[in-house]
Design a protein around this ligand. Structure first.
Ligand code: PEP
Ligand code: MG
Length: 575
């Protein structure tokens, strides 16, 4: 395809999209200051930008009103428009340009500061807050003057490709998913937040494109191929048509996959297995259901709280869990307690520097050391579970002593709720098996855990003694290695012997080359990225139990991951 430029990055989420670039730049706009030779040209430049800002605000106001009916929020944008109609602002900036021969940015900034300072000095709290609104309007104009894109994804007015340096959960929280055609980021790898979110939402994404992508002009037409990791800048007419057609085909395929993934899952000979989703927030719960999730096998609660200044209190946590439970209706929801530490740091918890954070004070270890924080979360989970099928799960359990201590916390939390006069529902309490010690002790743990969910992402790293983020040792990171399969086998056997269900919520559960073996080993529940569900379900529905069991038995006897891979390939080819 012909285009002005082609950018190469890392494939992060499959699919194709074509549309205008929306440059997301949350950082402050630049504020140059200089003397101009031609004040009238500067006045004209300023007035054009004010017109554009007014147009943006008018469109946002209409969008908020029409889509949310939220008159209060819409009124804020109306008030912002009124600032632009107010001669106090625009006329005095123009006067400054003419009188002092300064550039538009400097004139605007001086005017805004002068007027905002007047608001700041007022007694009335409501009027004082208008100073902040005024600065907001000023920043919008400065952004347009600098030609640098928006400060908020809430400003997304038309379907666009979001271009950003990187995206954090709080950036994407306010994003209207229906207007995001694709993501292109300068930074990030295949496991960055942008990549995970894009896969969860089924949005094509290319990450790691480098700084060049931030220099694209806003509105530039981009064609994104998320599977190839390529972005065409300014494709020609033939390219546009080709991409538009590919996009239509891909969207239709997505819809067909979602439809085919509805309903419960049985193997070809009728064993019921559960195919559920890993999620990190309220929005992805509804999205997961669209992708055919029969429930949620892992809610990573820490994702709700990474980008914050302080830990949310019980009430706020309760509201979030409750909303997720409501979105799922009668489907099961496994809520994992905080898994902070390791590579997931938060500014408000005093973890401190550790020499080996992955082997340090993280997850349930940290929670046991901070009982008030832990119990607040447990109370929120218990309260949210009333009337819903909620399960509680502890991460990183290494030994039964930890499980006992954590369950004692649950009892304390229940007593505290009863003391408030609340009725406390019975919530099954299980664990993640993601530390080799828990595999070895799985028969002991099975007596006291209501269920197991195998966390292969961590289990592989701890089994092989490799940091899962270190590229140089990644050759050992292979879910199909017999030493990993043997551990999974052991955990399933121990769980089943005690009458427990055993699931898996590591990435391995959604891998088509692992699924036949996992079925053969007897796994009961597969929890994965929502967009992997259709393919996983379709595969499970084609597999018969006995050949899968044979495959698993042979895989356990293999010596290398390569041998296992060959066996699975042959199995899949013969399906
Ligand atoms: C895992 O370790 O497999 C897992 C699912 O947890 P996380 O990726 O959140 O550590
Ligand atoms: Mg883990």
């Amino acid at each position: 395809m012909n285009a002005r430029r082609v950018l190469r990055g890392t494939p992060a989420s499959e699919g194709v999209a074509i549309g205008p670039a929306y440059l997301y730049r949350p950082e402050k706009p630049p504020m140059p200051r200089y003397i101009t030779e031609d004040p009238e040209a500067e006045v004209q430049r300023f007035q054009e930008v004010v017109r554009e800002a007014r147009e943006q605000l008018r469109a946002i106001h209409a969008k908020v009103l029409q889509e949310t009916g939220d008159k209060e929020t819409a009124a804020i944008f109306e008030a912002h428009q009124m600032f632009l109609d107010d001669p106090m602002l625009v006329d005095s900036a123009v006067e400054r340009i003419r009188a002092q021969h300064i550039n538009a940015e400097a004139a605007l900034a001086d005017t805004i500061e002068e007027v905002a300072a007047m608001f700041d000095a007022l007694e009335d709290e409501y009027l004082r807050a208008r100073g902040a609104d005024l600065r907001d309007v000023g920043e919008r104009i400065l952004r347009i003057l600098a030609g640098i894109g928006g400060a908020s994804l809430a400003d997304l007015l038309e379907p666009s490709i979001v271009v950003a340096r990187d995206l954090t959960p709080s950036d994407t929280a306010q994003m209207d998913r229906s207007r995001v055609l694709g993501f292109c980021t300068a930074m990030g790898g295949p496991t960055s937040h942008t990549a995970i979110l894009a896969r969860q939402l089924g949005i094509p994404a290319v990450v790691g494109l480098g700084e060049a992508v931030m220099e694209l002009p806003a509105g530039e037409l981009l064609a994104v191929d998320g599977s190839a990791g390529l972005v065409w800048v300014g494709p020609d007419e033939a390219g546009r048509q080709e991409f538009a057609a590919r996009h239509v085909g891909w969207a239709a395929e997505q819809k067909r996959r979602q439809e085919s993934a509805q309903g419960l899952t049985y193997t070809a000979d009728g064993r019921r297995v559960e195919v559920v989703a890993n999620i990190g927030d309220v929005r992805s719960a509804a999205e997961a259901v669209r992708w055919g999730a029969e429930g949620v096998g892992l809610l990573r609660t820490e994702f709700l709280y990474l980008e914050r200044e302080s830990m949310p209190d019980e009430e706020e946590q309760y509201q979030a869990y409750r909303q997720i439970a409501e979105a799922l209706g009668d489907r099961p929801l496994v809520i994992r307690t905080l898994d902070i530490g390791g590579d997931k740091q938060v500014p408000y918890l005093p973890i401190g520097q550790e020499l080996n954070p992955f082997l340090g004070w993280r997850a349930v270890r940290l929670c046991l050391g901070m009982p008030e924080l832990f119990k607040a979360q447990i109370r929120a989970i218990l309260r949210a579970s009333a009337g819903y099928r909620v399960f509680m799960m502890f991460p990183m359990i290494a030994a039964v002593e930890e499980l006992r201590a954590a369950k004692a916390m649950v009892e304390e939390a229940k007593a505290e709720l009863r003391a408030r006069g609340l009725e406390v529902p019975d919530v099954p309490v299980g664990i993640m098996v993601e530390v080799p010690a828990a595999v070895v002790g799985s028969d002991i743990l099975a007596r006291e855990a209501a269920f197991f969910s195998i966390g292969t992402n961590d289990l592989i790293q701890y089994s092989m003694a490799i940091d899962r983020t270190n590229e140089r040792v990644s050759y050992l990171y292979d879910p199909l290695h017999p030493v990993i399969l043997r551990q999974i086998h052991q955990v399933i056997q121990a769980g089943h012997a005690a009458g427990r269900w055993v699931g898996m919520c590591g990435e391995m559960a959604g891998m088509p080359e692992a699924i036949p073996i996992l079925l053969g080993l007897g796994l009961d529940e597969f929890s994965m990225n929502a967009s992997a569900i259709p393919e996983a379900k379709a595969l499970i529905r084609r597999i018969h139990e006995e050949p899968a069991r044979q495959l698993a038995r042979r895989a356990l006897e293999c010596e290398t991951a390569g041998e296992v891979r060959e066996l699975v390939r042959a199995f899949l080819a013969n399906l």
